[in-house]
Design a protein around this ligand. Structure first.
Ligand SMILES: [Zn+2]
Ligand SMILES: [Zn+2]
Length: 181
């Protein structure tokens, strides 16, 4: 465990299932060896709602978070139920800026399988944890990775997300350890 670092804050935006928050926090601890802390909920980001798309603009939420002061946390993972987009994509599962402070995880698209069926709740939680780890990787300055199983592989679909493992490839892992030092 890397103990000299401030814990990663996991914060719900609006009403988010406590189990999801716990699973996300547990995976951050297990996979990245970082302490985590689940924070009190913040308001649903209505300021970021795009009236035409009826989706939430991830960039606007991140800008808001980057301007906020979190004295006890250097990195924040915010989890919300709303559907996120960035202008060049129809939707995103999550979003974070390279080396930034706050990453977002949207649960909106994770609760449906590609064939339209409903996944087990545990699978939804796993997907949320993968998105969270991926975005946290970006916050620690990791880039997208070519290796399909690596957590830093870009996944634009649920299939790709399910294919991904809970591990960083050797290269990304070394890069992260270097960043955490
Ligand atoms: Zn990414
Ligand atoms: Zn990798």
């Amino acid at each position: 465990m890397i103990s000299n670092k401030k814990p990663v804050g996991v914060v719900p935006l609006g009403e988010v299932s406590e189990i999801v928050l716990k699973v996300v926090a547990d995976h951050i601890t297990r996979c990245f060896k970082l302490f985590t802390q689940i924070l009190s909920p913040l308001e649903q980001p209505e300021y970021a709602l795009d009236e035409r798309r009826l989706q939430y603009n991830a960039g606007i939420i991140i800008e808001m978070f980057e301007s906020m002061h979190f004295s006890d946390h250097d990195k924040i993972i915010a989890v919300l139920n709303q559907d996120l987009f960035i202008p060049i994509f129809t939707h995103v599962f999550g979003e974070a800026r390279q080396g930034g402070k706050c990453g977002l995880v949207s649960l909106f698209r994770l609760a449906k399988n590609p064939d339209g069926s409903s996944p087990l709740r545990s699978l939804i939680h796993e997907r949320a944890a993968k998105v969270a780890l991926h975005e946290l990787g970006h916050l620690f300055d990791l880039f997208h990775c070519e290796q399909k199983l690596c957590l830093m592989h870009f996944s634009g679909s649920i299939e790709e997300l399910d294919e991904m493992s809970f591990h960083l490839c050797e290269y990304c892992s070394i890069y992260l350890q270097d960043k955490l030092r």
